[in-house]
Design a binder for this molecule. Structure first.
Ligand SMILES: N[C@@H](CCC(=O)N[C@@H](CS)C(=O)NCC(=O)O)C(=O)O
Length: 214
């Protein structure tokens, strides 16, 4: 689909968790973004031209190019009429940023090798050793997040950037056979609550490379 010349353009791949969180933030903040979908393992010429790292997401707004997903989200929040995705006082906002960073840099590292191996293998299998170590680390991550969430509906009381960042990771884990453990009922309810939102449904990838159509 060609980009709308008057709007912000986002080069993105639907199943990429960095792109996915940006889509969630755009839908939640009501900023109109024109999406250009790139394919797994195929470099889009515009992405190669615009981003020395050749990664997605890439945001283009007139002459402005932003290549880092967290900076893209900040830019979208600046465009939004209200600051709903960064709610609360400074301490809550610091927690949101910490969870965002944790999701990008730690949770991603825990889940990605498993998901990549499953995605790249011929019959969606993962070596037992990697499966066990991922299950263990994923359980520990849920334990920490469950404690942080406590009895709240959302990590910052209201839906925030923390949810935008964490939800794609959770959805990828669940879709690839790493469910939320029964012990963490608050996380299960949180996930169901988020999955009910229109933005979640709108941002959901149509397919996951390497997995059967769902
Ligand atoms: N630090 C970057 C990471 C983005 C990233 O790693 N994107 C992956 C897809 S999930 C990518 O584009 N990899 C190169 C490729 O697919 O060609 C960000 O937060 O935007």
């Amino acid at each position: 689909m060609p980009a709308d010349v008057n709007s912000i353009t986002l080069y993105q791949r639907p199943d990429c968790p960095f792109c996915w969180k940006v889509r969630l933030a755009a839908f939640e903040s009501g900023v109109n973004v024109s999406e250009i979908e790139v394919q797994l393992d195929k470099k889009h010429p515009d992405v190669v031209r615009l981003n020395p790292n050749e990664t997605v997401p890439v945001l283009l707004d007139d002459h402005l190019v932003i290549n880092e997903s967290s900076e893209i989200i900040e830019y979208l929040i600046d465009q939004a009429p209200h600051m709903e995705l960064m709610p609360g006082p400074a301490k809550i906002r610091a927690t949101i940023r910490q969870l965002h960073h944790y999701s990008d840099h730690q949770l991603g590292k825990i889940l990605f090798p498993y998901i990549k191996e499953k995605r790249d293998s011929e019959n969606c299998t993962v070596r037992d050793e990697l499966k066990e170590s991922t299950k263990h680390a994923w359980y520990e991550a849920q334990s920490m997040l469950s404690e942080k969430l406590g009895e709240r509906d959302f990590f910052a009381d209201e839906f925030s950037v923390a949810e935008c960042a964490l939800l794609p990771r959770f959805c990828l884990a669940v879709t690839h056979g790493l469910p939320i453990a029964e012990q963490f009922q608050n996380l299960k309810k949180w996930y169901a609550r988020c999955a009910d939102r229109p933005s979640f449904k709108k941002a959901m990838p149509q397919y996951f490379p390497g997995l059967a159509q769902h």
